[in-house]
Design a protein around this ligand. Structure first.
Ligand SMILES: [Zn+2]
Length: 242
């Protein structure tokens, strides 16, 4: 059966000395070694759209999906040039109301303000051959919202990003990995073709495309652990949270 590893990154940046969650930072050097390793293994990084189309057609062998959450400025400054050097694609999940600002949803908790891509930079990301998906309007825990407020976040961000960037927005990432069956229904109703979670695992053709597992790339672990995520027995990676 077709399988598709979907990797989840946040910042590709050297972690500040006082960073609260260093694991969210993958250094540019480690990131480049990861890309080099993927290519060396005969694998190609692709965006979510290509990945799920191939998963459905049974042609996902040799592909890994590369995803970048939140839309940090380093995604255009550091990630895009490296992806282009390797001929890889990727998807960035963007918080539509926060474009050009900072991570207001966790800045206080992390005690770090991290700049987010501007509209122009998102245009450059698209021009580099990459994909933009939605990560809601304001990065709330969707499960905690009223149905009306959740619709505003899910359908509203799709419309806002489409208006802003002039491209269809077909893929969604649940902020904080928060969803339930009602939220999935709203994502379906809004017209998204896929949605990614933070439940660890490798995506399968038989999976609900609106509940795809991902593998977090932990910047505190070296290349060896990254390789293990690719090579680990698939069954062990399929632990799901309800
Ligand atoms: Zn996020």
């Amino acid at each position: 059966m077709s399988a598709l590893p979907i990797f989840c990154y946040h910042n590709v940046l050297t972690a500040p000395a006082d960073a609260a969650f260093r694991l969210l930072y993958v250094s540019p050097e480690l990131f480049e070694r990861q890309l080099w390793t993927l290519r060396r293994l005969g694998l190609r990084g692709v965006c979510t759209g290509e990945g799920i189309a191939r998963l459905r057609d049974g042609t996902s062998r040799g592909c890994v999906v590369l995803t970048f959450d939140d839309g940090y400025a380093d995604t255009i400054a550091t990630v895009a040039p490296l992806l282009q050097r390797y001929g890889f694609g990727a998807t960035c999940y963007v918080v539509s109301d926060a474009v050009g600002t900072y991570n207001h949803w966790d800045a206080q908790h992390l005690r770090e303000r991290k700049p987010l891509m501007t509209r122009e930079q998102l245009g450059q990301w698209l021009a580099a051959g990459m994909e933009v998906g939605s990560h809601s309007r304001s990065h709330p825990r969707l499960r905690d919202l009223s149905p009306h407020a959740a619709r505003h976040e899910i359908a509203g961000s799709r419309a806002a990003l489409h208006d802003m960037l002039g491209v269809p927005i077909e893929h969604f990432a649940y902020p904080f990995g928060s969803f339930d069956v009602e939220i999935i229904e709203q994502v379906r109703h809004a017209g998204y073709r896929s949605a990614v979670t933070v439940a660890p695992g490798v995506a399968r053709a038989s999976d609900d495309p609106l509940r795809l597992p991902r593998m977090l790339v932990n910047g505190e672990r070296g290349l060896w652990r990254f390789l293990l995520q690719l090579a680990a027995p698939r069954a062990r990676l399929r632990r799901r949270t309800p």
